[in-house]
Design a protein around this ligand. Structure first.
Ligand code: ARG
Length: 405
C-alpha cells in the first residue's frame, strides 16, 4: 500500500504544487486538510477543495475550527497579554498548533504515516508544525516538500500549469500573507527593505473606512471578553466585531523588525486591530484589579509565554504550567473597559470599572472623603529609607575623612 500523507492545505500555489510533487517524487497518497481558523472568505472552500482534488489529492477535508481557535488559542493569549518582543500578538504562531491538532486527528482517521506542510526552511512556521506534531504524535513523520524542491515561484507556477492545477496566482505575486481570526501577517515585496514605508495596498483589515470616532465598551469576566457594548457574544464573534469596528478607523497596524527562531531578523508588518484592542483593554482591567505582586510577576511571565508560543512550544510542559499561573490570576479580572478610536489609527482607553476593583476611592482621593491614615506614612517612609540613610551617613563620614587625609 502506498504511504499516505496528510498535508496542511491552504489552497495556495505552494501547497497545491506540494500535493502533486509528493505524489510524483515519493509515490505517496495525499489527503489535504484545510483548517478554517477564521482566515476570512477570500475564496470559497468549495473552490479550494476542487483545486486540491485537481492537484491529485485523494480527499480534501475542511475543518471548521474558528471557535476552537478563539476559545482554546486566542483565549489563553488574552489571559497572557501575549505579544512577542512586546509587540506582535502571535497571529500565525497561534494558528499553527490548531492546524497541527487537526493534521494529527486526520492522520489517525486516514491511517497515514506522515503529515506534511508547505513551509520553506527560513521561517518559524516549519518549527511550529514539526515540534507541535512531534509533541502530539511522536510516531508520525513530518515532511517538508517546499524545503527540498528548490523551485522558485515561477517554477512552481509552471509546475502547476504542467499538471493542470487551477491556480489563480501569477508569477509575480508580491506578498506572502497569513490570516486568521487574530489578524493578518504581511511579508515580502517592498517591505523586505526595512527602511521602505509599507505600501497601502496589501492592508485589508485596517483600511480607514470611517472618519467617525468609534467608542467600544468591552466587558470581561474572569479575564475573558464576554460582551461588546452590552451585547453578549461568543469569543470568536467578539474578536471579529472588535476587528471590524476598530479596523475601520485604521487602528491595529504593526511594523517591526523581529527575531525569528531560525536566527533571521526580518521586517514584519501586521494588522491585528481586534487582538491589539482586546489585549490593551485586558491589560487595563488588570491594572485595576490585580494585586501588585501578582501583577508584577505576571508581567515577567507574559514575556516567557509569548516566546514559548512564538518558538513552537505550544504543547510543552512549561507553557502548560504558565497557563495554570495565568488562569489562577484571572479570577478577579472582571469588569468593563471603554476604548475610543479615532482615524487614522489612534486608540485611547478612556475608562474602566469593576465590581472587584482594588482602586479604593477613599484611599486615592485628595478630597474630603479621604480615609487614608496620613500619620502612618511617617514611620513607614523612615523605615523604608533607613538602610539608605545609614549607608549615606557612613559614606559621608568616609568622604569627610578622605578629604581631611
Ligand atoms: N513572522 C510571523 C510569525 O512567525 C508571521 C509568519 C507569517 N507566515 C507566513 N507563512 N506568511 O509568526
Amino acid at each position: 500500500m502506498a504511504k499516505r500523507v496528510v498535508l496542511a492545505y491552504s489552497g495556495g500555489l505552494d501547497t497545491s504544487v506540494a500535493v502533486r510533487w509528493m505524489m510524483e517524487e515519493w509515490g505517496v497518497e495525499v489527503v489535504c486538510v484545510l483548517v478554517d481558523v477564521g482566515q476570512g472568505d477570500a475564496e470559497d472552500f468549495d473552490a479550494i477543495r476542487a483545486r486540491a482534488l485537481a492537484a491529485g489529492a485523494i480527499e480534501c477535508v475542511i475543518v471548521d475550527a474558528r471557535d476552537e481557535m478563539a476559545e482554546e488559542f486566542c483565549a489563553p493569549a488574552i489571559l497572557a497579554n501575549a505579544r512577542y518582543e512586546g509587540k506582535y500578538p502571535l497571529v500565525s504562531a497561534l494558528s499553527r498548533p490548531v492546524i497541527v491538532r487537526h493534521l494529527v486527528d486526520q492522520a489517525r482517521k486516514f491511517n497515514a504515516q506522515a503529515v506534511a506542510h508547505g513551509c520553506t526552511g527560513k521561517g518559524n512556521d516549519q518549527v511550529r508544525f514539526e515540534v507541535g506534531t512531534h509533541a502530539l504524535a511522536p510516531d508520525l513523520e513530518v515532511l517538508a516538500p517546499a524545503r527540498l524542491w528548490g523551485m522558485t515561484r515561477a517554477d512552481s507556477v509552471d509546475y502547476a500549469a504542467k499538471w493542470n492545477i487551477p491556480i489563480g496566482a501569477t508569477k509575480e505575486k508580491i506578498y506572502s500573507i497569513d490570516e486568521n481570526l487574530w489578524g493578518r501577517a504581511i511579508e515580502c515585496g517592498a517591505m523586505e527593505d526595512p527602511w521602505a514605508a509599507p505600501p497601502e495596498e496589501p492592508f485589508t483589515l485596517t483600511r480607514v473606512r470611517s472618519q467617525e470616532t468609534v467608542e467600544l465598551t468591552i466587558a470581561f469576566e474572569g479575564g475573558l471578553p464576554v460582551a461588546v457594548d452590552g451585547v453578549s457574544m461568543s469569543l470568536a464573534d467578539i474578536i471579529s466585531t472588535v476587528t471590524e469596528r476598530a479596523g475601520a478607523t485604521g487602528f491595529g497596524r504593526l511594523d517591526m523588525v523581529e527575531n525569528r527562531r531560525v536566527g533571521i531578523k526580518s521586517r514584519e508588518v501586521y494588522e491585528c486591530p481586534g487582538a491589539l484592542a482586546i489585549i490593551a483593554a485586558h491589560c487595563d482591567l488588570e491594572d485595576l484589579t490585580l494585586e501588585r505582586d501578582v501583577h508584577h510577576e505576571k508581567l515577567r511571565l507574559e514575556t516567557r509565554w509569548a516566546e514559548l508560543v512564538y518558538d513552537g512550544m505550544w504543547f510543552s510542559p512549561l507553557k502548560e504550567a504558565l497557563d495554570a499561573f495565568m488562569s489562577e490570576t484571572q479570577r478577579s479580572v472582571t469588569g468593563e473597559v471603554r476604548l475610543r478610536f479615532e482615524a487614522p489609527g489612534l486608540m485611547r482607553i478612556v475608562g474602566r470599572r469593576s465590581p472587584v476593583a482594588l482602586y479604593d476611592y477613599g484611599l486615592a482621593t485628595y478630597e474630603a472623603a479621604d480615609t487614608f491614615r496620613h500619620e502612618d506614612s511617617e514611620g513607614f517612609v523612615r523605615l523604608w529609607g533607613l538602610g539608605i540613610a545609614t549607608w549615606a551617613a557612613r559614606q559621608g563620614a568616609k568622604n569627610a575623612s578622605a578629604r581631611q587625609g
